[in-house]
Design a protein around this ligand. Structure first.
Ligand code: PMP
Length: 404
């Protein structure tokens, strides 16, 4: 093996204990021991620039978030069945960032749970099971949500209540595809519960413009279906033009799901919804999630939201995202197209092999990046919003050297 004995031993022990369903990145797997800003460090102090991880959005190990978690954990960790002033304060603060019709928030631990709960609310409120998703969508891992995630189970293996439509790229008629899917669900006697979209279409290859999306959403809502905006990846300011991705498309979602960057790495996620939908769900039973929105999760979420605002990270995402997009477009070479907004960019390359080589070549330059898209041919540039100007320059230099 090409691995040093200590690494090889850890890889083997990991495989024995965690089993075969997990994957590691890179031929020589990386072991980080510390993070700061947009940087990750190995035990020998080697500095990797992180352009992959969107969860530690305000920066790896942000001191303010770490302190909020530590202080609350040292005082009290309890669930949502006791009164908690901080929880209500955070709920009001968060809801204040949404349009007024989205008046309730329910807490979960993961984005998958948030989408699963959204689906249950949709079904309770509409009485219909059908769901429309895009071709390579990923919405999570619970049994129901996996069954509507073609990128996970394959477009042919989604549940019989799911209709898969091509993602909204230029040249596709997204609204017509959604209308046909609504007809198909009706014809099958299933009916439309909701259209669910990741508002940046991360796993469909990063599609910031999404032509036809607003018209398709209106058609779905006119047909009695609900619109679920999955903001698990784009949310909390990454797109650089406000906190939420649905705004840039002019969408009026009925439910919004949140996760990943919400607690900067502490597990906290949520469903934001019209109160009347939550009422329809509540009429059938209660909701309790043991860890969802516990007092420590809320402390993490509040500190994260405070830092996003106080450090002006939405504006930073816009500014550095524009610098990166312009620099990427100037590279030429194997770059076919640069899409995206804020610090969520997709760099379309010729094919999957070129993208895979670029990911590995960048790792040799100590830059972490990933690939996505239906054909895995698009580099996904998605660094923590704590990226500095110098980091952006280093990232561009690396990308230019590898792709130019
Ligand atoms: N929705 C989207 C758009 C996602 O990207 C993900 C995670 N990759 C999820 C939902 C699921 O979130 P989690 O992994 O926290 O369950």
């Amino acid at each position: 093996s090409h691995l040093d004995p200590r690494t090889r031993d850890l890889v083997e022990r990991r495989a024995r204990s965690l089993g075969s369903a997990y994957r590691l990145f890179y031929r020589t797997p990386l072991e980080f021991v510390r993070g700061e800003g947009a940087h990750l460090f190995t035990a020998d102090g080697t500095d990797y620039l992180d352009a992959y991880n969107n969860v530690p959005s305000v920066g790896h190990a942000h001191p303010r978030v770490a302190a909020a978690i530590a202080e609350q954990a040292a005082r009290l960790s309890t669930h949502t069945r006791y009164l908690s002033r901080a929880t209500v304060d955070y709920a009001e603060d968060l809801l204040g960032t949404f349009p007024a019709h989205l008046g309730n928030v329910m807490f979960t631990c993961t984005g998958s749970e948030a989408n699963d709960l959204a689906l249950r609310i949709v079904r309770a409120a509409t009485g219909r099971r059908g769901v429309i998703v895009t071709e390579n969508a990923y919405h999570g891992v619970t049994t129901e949500v996996a069954a509507l995630s073609p990128s996970l189970v394959g477009a042919d293996a989604v549940a019989d209540w799911v209709r898969v439509v091509p993602a909204p790229t230029p040249g596709t008629d997204f609204a017509a595809a959604v209308a046909a899917a609504i007809d198909s669900l009706d014809a099958a006697g299933i009916g439309l519960g909701c259209l669910i979209v990741d508002t940046i279409f991360a796993s469909d290859g990063v599609l910031p413009d999404a032509p036809g999306l607003a018209a398709a959403a209106r058609a779905a809502q006119a047909a009695g279906g609900l619109l679920v905006a999955d903001e698990v990846q784009p949310g909390f300011g990454r797109l650089g033009d406000g906190l939420w991705g649905f705004d840039r498309h002019g969408l009026v979602p009925d439910l919004v799901t949140l996760g990943k960057p919400m607690g900067n790495g502490y597990p906290v996620a949520a469903v934001v919804a019209r109160p009347e939908l939550v009422d329809a769900f509540a009429a059938r039973g209660r909701y309790f999630n043991t860890f969802g929105g516990n007092t420590v999760a809320i402390a993490a979420a509040q500190a994260t939201l405070d830092v996003v605002r106080e450090e002006g990270l939405v504006a930073r995402a816009a500014r550095l995202g524009a610098v990166l997009a312009e620099g990427l477009r100037a590279i030429g070479g194997s770059v076919v197209e640069v899409r995206g907004c804020g610090l969520f960019l997709g760099v379309q390359l010729g094919d999957e092999g070129t993208a895979r080589e670029a990911v590995n070549a960048l790792e040799e330059r100590r830059i972490l990046i990933g690939a996505s898209g239906l054909r895995n041919d698009t580099l996904k540039v998605r660094p923590p919003l704590a990226l500095s100007d110098a980091d952006a320059e280093r990232l561009l230099d690396g990308l230019a050297a590898v792709l130019g």
